[in-house]
Design a protein around this ligand. Structure first.
Ligand code: LLP
Length: 417
């Protein structure tokens, strides 16, 4: 868990785990498990850390909705002044529902559908971040039909290694995202003479869970260089959007805080007249969330121990998909400490939360808190094995509020026709 810019108020009192002053045992007893619990306070601290760090230039913080799209989370961030990075019609809809000013919404994505582009143009978003020449052509056609020019930027692939998991590296030349730098200038030239589009910015996003400064510095330098090349052709660029990607500490390694990123980037943006756009997701909500899960069975074997919990990879996919580490801590200090695989109920051997993990609090019916689950937790949950997606709770100002009900069995069949 991160120390650098705030810290969760997470502590044991009388042998029970408390978050922001509330007993997680009581919350789990009341709302059942698996259950996502978020700290509003931590989300606020994380957002504020960005806001304060980047006050050296005009900056829009467009929260990446994909990290956690619960309407209460979005509304909380909106109330603090955040905009949104949306990547689908669904996310555009959520941004609209939260009342976010369209000038604070950027629309990204490598495969935008015709309908999604129509919606973005009608909303009047700040920028549609274009990822291919064909997308530009589609946007021009739709803008002509709608009779409104579309605000655009191109997502440029700078071929930078973000030094992260290969599945979440997006700015390498072999990745599907963006247009190559060589091609970008030609596209800017073309777009600048098109009456159907307003060229507004340059967009980059090189990957996620980035834990060092270097890739951000390289990306920012690439953006600034590209902007000067574009502007030397007489095309004005208003926004530099450097995407998201700042990692969090899943465990106890050190990651840079937004303030360190800002200090590293400030000299690079020196003299730039553009406004900056950031699209953080994980670093806003990741360490604010905990997945509470009940220990259903403890299976001790000669070679291996298993702790079978009620959260599966349908609830939290990250360990199964990326081999991701999440700290697992007991909600009640009882039971024993053993080394075990912590596994879910899904009928696949890959349904693992943690492998060969030394874990405390092992006793049937205790709860575990799976830490740092606020980003890409619920948002990647599914109904696999006809499991109901979990409920979500927000702790704010000493109150725990249900912000999403647990799905019902009826919900599982409600869209069948
Ligand atoms: N902007 C764009 C264009 C993105 O594609 C993403 C994330 C972000 C911003 C936000 O990145 P962040 O600040 O959260 O790193 N499911 C994976 C992460 C996938 C990230 C996809 N794009 C995981 O659980 O690690």
């Amino acid at each position: 868990m991160q120390e650098e810019y705030g810290k969760n108020d997470l502590k044991y009192e009388g042998g029970e785990l408390y978050l922001d002053g509330l007993s997680l045992r009581e919350i789990a007893d009341e709302y059942d498990t698996p259950l996502y619990v978020y700290s509003a306070e931590r989300i606020k601290q994380n957002y504020t850390a960005y806001k304060e760090a980047f006050n050296f230039m005009n900056t829009k913080i467009c929260y990446a909705l994909k990290a956690n799209f619960n309407g209460s989370v979005i509304s909380l961030l909106t109330s603090l002044g955040a905009g949104a990075d949306a990547v689908s019609g669904g996310e555009l809809y959520m941004a609209k529902e939260a009342g976010i000013n369209p000038e604070k919404i950027v629309f990204s994505g490598v495969g935008k559908s015709r309908q999604e582009i129509v919606e973005a143009i009608r909303m009047g978003v700040c920028m549609i971040n274009i990822e291919s020449e064909q997308e530009l052509m589609r946007i021009e056609k739709i803008a002509a039909e709608e009779d409104v020019p579309a605000n655009i930027s191109f997502r440029v692939n700078p071929d930078i290694d973000p030094q992260t998991h290969p599945k979440i590296a997006t700015g390498l030349k072999e990745s599907k995202f963006g247009v190559p730098e060589e091609k970008a200038l030609e596209l800017y030239q073309r777009a600048s003479s098109s009456p159907q589009v307003n060229v507004r910015g340059v967009h980059l996003h090189i990957g996620s869970q980035i834990t060092s400064l270097e890739p951000f510095k390289m990306a920012a330098s690439a953006a600034v260089e590209l902007v000067s090349k574009i502007e030397s052709r007489g095309i004005t660029i208003e926004y530099i959007d450097i995407g998201g990607g700042l990692g969090i500490s899943y465990g106890d390694f050190k990651v840079p805080a937004p303030g360190e990123i800002a200090r590293a980037l400030k000299p690079i943006f020196e003299g730039c007249t553009q406004k900056l756009i950031l699209e953080p997701g994980r670093s806003i909500v990741g360490d604010a969330g905990f997945l509470l899960t009940r220990i259903n069975y403890v299976k001790k074997g000669k070679d291996k121990n298993f702790v079978v919990v009620d959260a599966g990879f349908n609830d939290l996919l990250r360990p199964a998909m990326y081999g991701a580490h999440h700290d697992v801590i007991p909600v009640k200090k009882e039971g024993e400490s053993i080394t075990a695989d912590i596994v879910g109920p899904v009928c696949e051997s890959g349904d693992v939360i943690a492998e060969k993990r030394k874990v405390d609090g092992v006793i049937q019916n205790n709860y575990f808190a799976i830490c740092d689950s606020g980003a890409y937790g619920f948002s990647m949950a599914s109904n696999y094995n006809s499991r109901r997606r979990p409920a979500e709770i927000m702790i704010d100002n000493g109150w725990a509020t249900l912000i999403r009900k647990r799905e019902t069995y009826e919900d599982l069949v409600s869209t069948e026709a």
